[in-house]
Design a protein around this ligand. Sequence first.
Ligand code: SAM
Ligand code: SF4
Length: 502
Amino acid sequence: MKKESTGDWMKGVIVQKEIDKYLIDGKDFINERDIFDRLGKNTNPNPKLIRDILQKSLAIKTLAPDETAALLNVTSPEMWEEINQTALEVKKKVYDNRIVFFAPLYCSNFCVNNCAYCGFREANNREVRRILTLDEVKRETSSVLSEGHKRLILVFGEHQKSDIDYMTAAVKAVYSVQEPAPISGHPSSIRRVNINAAPMDIAKLRQLKESGIGTYQVFQETYHHETYQSVHPANTLKGDYKWRLYALHRAIDAGLDDVAIGALFGLYDWRFEVMGLLYHTLDLERQFGIGPHTLSFPRMTPASGSSLSSDSPFHVSDSNFKKLVAVLRLSVPTAGMIVTAREKAEIKREVIQLGCTQTDASTRIGIGAYSDQKSEIDLDKKQFTIGDPRDLDDVIQEVGKLGFISSFCTAGYRCGRTGETIMGMLSHCVEGKFCKLNAVLTFREYLSDYASPATRTIGEPLILKEIQEIESMDYFKNKPHLLQKFHSDYSEILNGKRDLYI
Ligand code: SAM
Ligand code: SF4
């Protein structure tokens, strides 16, 4: 059979009717005038208004655009202090005290697009191109497993070589690997594979769902139309703003109801992008009744051969970055929030205390870099630079010192707590109770299977404190069967059983 040319393959990617069906009177949901008007008219918000908005977030309700715009316009440092404290309170109400860990696995840097900020773009001929074989995917998975990870996100450039068949084969390859834990020798495998990949049509998304993934993640990069066009050339697949904007609408239609949105901060005004993420959430809620499973807010970092990535006029300062994290936490209280190794350790530490719920660790973003440590040195083999290369164990130790429990929980999607079900549980602050139980169970596994002596010294008293808290919570007192199952699972893990969840 004759191989399809790249040009022919590209012609088949975008399916116009799978954009048009979501439009309102032929328009997308990012009404820029409306966003600018709201940002302009909600300046100098009075403290009473802000406190009312904070109460709404504490009642776990998605904010209205005017409310988010008012938060973004706060100038008083004392009021920001209240905002920050409430952000953490909201996080604890919805997700309790845990931080979920994952690792990214970059499978391929072949890409047909030319995003001005990315080292993988086609025109960057300094980039050394590589796509992992399935055996290499397995080898990378083994390396990540030996650190203690249970959740992976697979990342791909957009290319015929890494189209849906490759992606689903890679997912299968990851799930097939078993690796003995270094301390106990118990076999361990990846329990949840998420995907960050280019927008697809509904038929391909169904295949992705069939392969057993958890979350499907697509970042809009910038919600500002003109900026979008200026950084994504019109003659590329990514040049189609609306194809990307509705990627996650299509995913939900394909049955993938844990969807993840994000913006690449640094391309345009950060306040506008926060509003864009809110509008995206509201449109998903309007059309499907469910919001995003997670929000991401990567800040652009230097990438090979990209001047924009280093000298953008919209670079977001650390202080504005913290503001945007707090405002997002309050605006979409049910969403998980992901801070990645793009950020330096100090910043990560601070934003974890503003309500982030997930982070990566022991991150290597070169293709094949977990098993071949050398590729990490070379910027021309990866997409951008990272700020926090620390090992998982070091980060777990640090968050433990801050009083957070590390979690490797993958129970949600394995128990059918996805989409509408999980959104209901999150907004009624019930899912967080399950998070707490599963965080303790998976942290128990980590302490017994992987932790360094220093991490165990911090982790053992922390886990006991969590168990005491669980025992004293009215919610569990009224559900003795849950508490009983939890205690029995905990004892079984101590006796060598693995992968128990509630
Ligand atoms: N090719 C797919 C796409 O564009 O959707 C998937 C992956 S891309 C490798 C993952 C994300 O990395 C992009 O969506 C973008 O937000 C982010 N990214 C790209 N260049 C970056 C940079 N210089 N600094 C930080 N993040 C960057
Ligand atoms: Fe390709 Fe994605 Fe990088 Fe754009 S961001 S060049 S689509 S890998």
